[in-house]
Write a protein that binds this ligand. Structure first.
Ligand SMILES: CC(C)(COP(=O)(O)OP(=O)(O)OC[C@H]1O[C@@H](n2cnc3c(N)ncnc32)[C@H](O)[C@@H]1OP(=O)(O)O)[C@@H](O)C(=O)NCCC(=O)NCCS
Length: 175
């Protein structure tokens, strides 16, 4: 098969609560997480309609390829989920999603972001370390199916002036 390089534009935007794309959210998680989706399709439907949470989506045209979601509280934020469709991984999609989430936190005067990650999920930990998170603790047997410890990570403060420039970006992928 002949392959050619083609440039595509990925856009990052806020997810609106009335969009019914939860089946696609679920499909990406099912395909990308090592142990399958951590939430059922029904849990995605419920979670995506929660007005106390914020989600940002990465899309090529209208095609969803990744997302980040979490909660902003008074003086801290928590990332609940971040996932990128397998075929679009390692092309900085998650980096730009996290950047957008951090920008949202910065606008709300929140400097600290926490998250939990499976102890065996070395790829995600590597991604977070690269994005200026640090390990602060662990929770024993925090996860089920399979039972596993959680690593708790916290963002180091970073220069927020870096944010806000990259709502869209292009990358090359092999077709
Ligand atoms: C973690 C995840 C969101 C990263 O998405 P991504 O778009 O590929 O990440 P980016 O391209 O922005 O960042 C690349 C960095 O992530 C890490 N990384 C991503 N994929 C990797 C891989 N296959 N092997 C090793 N490191 C990897 C590395 O640190 C990499 O930096 P490098 O290219 O300089 O080595 C993605 O792997 C994913 O969806 N995983 C399944 C869901 C998941 O585990 N979510 C986190 C739950 S806490």
């Amino acid at each position: 098969m002949i392959s050619k390089m083609q440039e595509k534009r990925v856009s990052i935007r806020r997810y609106n609560f009335n969009e019914a794309k939860y089946d696609r959210f679920y499909a990406i998680a099912k395909q990308s997480f090592k142990h399958g989706s951590p939430w059922t399709e029904e849990q995605y439907r419920e979670t995506l309609s929660r007005k106390d949470l914020v989600f940002f989506v990465a899309e090529i045209e209208t095609h969803l390829i990744g997302y980040i979601g979490g909660k902003l509280s008074l003086d801290e934020a928590n990332v609940y989920t971040i996932v990128v469709s397998k075929e679009f991984q390692q092309q900085q999609v998650a980096h730009f999603l996290l950047d957008r989430f951090e920008e949202e936190c910065h606008s709300a005067n929140i400097n600290t972001i926490f998250l939990e990650v499976r102890e065996s999920n070395e790829i995600a930990q590597s991604f977070y370390l690269k994005n200026e998170f640090e390990v602060i603790a662990a929770k024993k047997d925090y996860y089920t199916h399979p039972i596993e410890n959680a690593i708790i990570m916290k963002s180091k403060s970073r220069k927020k002036a870096e944010h806000g420039k990259e709502a869209d970006f292009s990358y090359r992928d092999k077709l």
